[in-house]
Ligand binder design. Structure first.
Ligand code: S3P
Length: 168
């Protein structure tokens, strides 16, 4: 089983991936960490400074291709992964399922209010426009959608596992 979590910045992908890895005893891959390794950057701001958003998107394609033949992994993706359909196509190969963690914009805005780590989280109006633009893409590319507002990480992970047991 290979599960890729998708969703906007701050939707909880990293925490839920850790919990899923724990529940299913599978290794967890954080795509942003691999991007940092591949670009020799210390953080995302540095990675953006090196090659802009284009470099991030290129690295996402590279990583997804590398993982296209690998099974039994939980993958926590970056929020912009839906900008290139080919990334999702690669991640769905070898029994891959894509799960969208759907958080409302108000939840995300609260969570990331003081965030300094995310280069694309700046002006709140621009971020909301990006959220609205990406929402249909997350829905289109996912095999399972989990509404996450007001739920704990444990509950979300259990819902994902339950969904797979019931063939969703
Ligand atoms: C991005 C989200 C980030 C990271 C990069 C670009 C985006 O990941 O990949 O800063 O385009 O939404 P998180 O969703 O883990 O914050």
């Amino acid at each position: 089983m290979k599960i890729t979590l998708i969703g906007f910045m701050g939707s909880g992908k990293t925490s839920v991936a850790q919990q899923l890895g724990h529940l299913l005893r599978l290794p967890v891959l954080e795509m942003d960490d691999l991007i940092l390794k591949k670009t020799n950057a210390k953080n995302m701001h540095e990675a953006f400074a090196i090659g802009g958003e284009l470099l991030i998107r290129e690295k996402e394609i590279e990583i997804a291709k590398e993982y296209s033949t690998i099974d039994n992994t939980i993958i926590s993706s970056g929020g912009g992964i839906v900008m290139n359909k080919i990334v999702l196509d690669y991640l769905k190969m070898t029994f891959g399922k894509v799960v969208f963690l759907n958080a409302s914009f108000s939840t995300i805005a609260c969570r990331l209010a003081d965030d300094k780590l995310r280069p694309l989280f700046s002006n709140i109006q621009d971020v909301e426009a990006l959220y609205r633009f990406r929402l249909p893409l997350y829905l289109k590319y996912s095999d399972q959608v989990i509404e996450t507002d007001g739920k704990t990480v444990d509950r979300i992970a259990e819902e994902i596992v339950g969904g797979f047991k019931h063939g969703k």
